[in-house]
Unconditional design. Structure first.
Length: 154
């Protein structure tokens, strides 16, 4: 399931819904991304996330479909917020449910890595000195590259 929304989410309620009534699920793995209070050594006052409706949901659905092709998932969930967020606000929830923990762990990590590098979101950090757009980071690309076809997972 994919949700792109401005409003906050209830992590516990979302995780409960993910596998409710599905007793084939033996493990749920989850990641919650939160706005930090520092960026590049400066205090962060806010982060603005922009996206193109329609294009974003399609890209997220494609990433989710790839995870489902690679791992035997019973369920998956991606919630990504947009708009202006402050330090401590939740940005993203990624969760996977599978019969076995290893598949849930690996699929969740894959989704987080690919969301970070392939999802069409643009981030602008606001500090006391002004604002700046966040550029792609080589470390994020390196993490995502682990999952390219032909490379070892996890």
């Amino acid at each position: 399931m994919i949700k792109v929304q401005r409003e906050d989410f209830d992590t516990g309620a979302e995780l409960a819904r993910l596998s409710a009534g599905n007793f084939a699920v033996g493990g749920v793995a989850a990641f919650v991304g939160v706005v930090r209070d520092m960026a590049e050594g400066e205090a962060l006052t806010a982060m603005e996330l922009e996206h193109y409706p329609g294009m974003t949901e399609k890209a997220l659905a494609d990433i989710e479909a790839e995870a489902k092709r690679r791992w035997p998932l019973e369920a998956s969930l991606i919630i990504h917020r947009h708009g202006t967020l402050e330090p401590g606000d939740r940005i993203v929830l990624v969760a996977t449910a599978s019969a076995h923990r290893q598949a849930a762990f690996e699929a969740c990590q894959f989704l987080v890595d690919w969301l970070k590098t392939k999802a069409p979101f643009w981030k602008r950090e606001e500090t006391a000195a002004g604002h700046r757009w966040v550029n792609a980071r080589a470390a994020d690309d390196s993490q995502a590259a682990r999952w390219e076809k032909g490379k070892a997972t996890g």
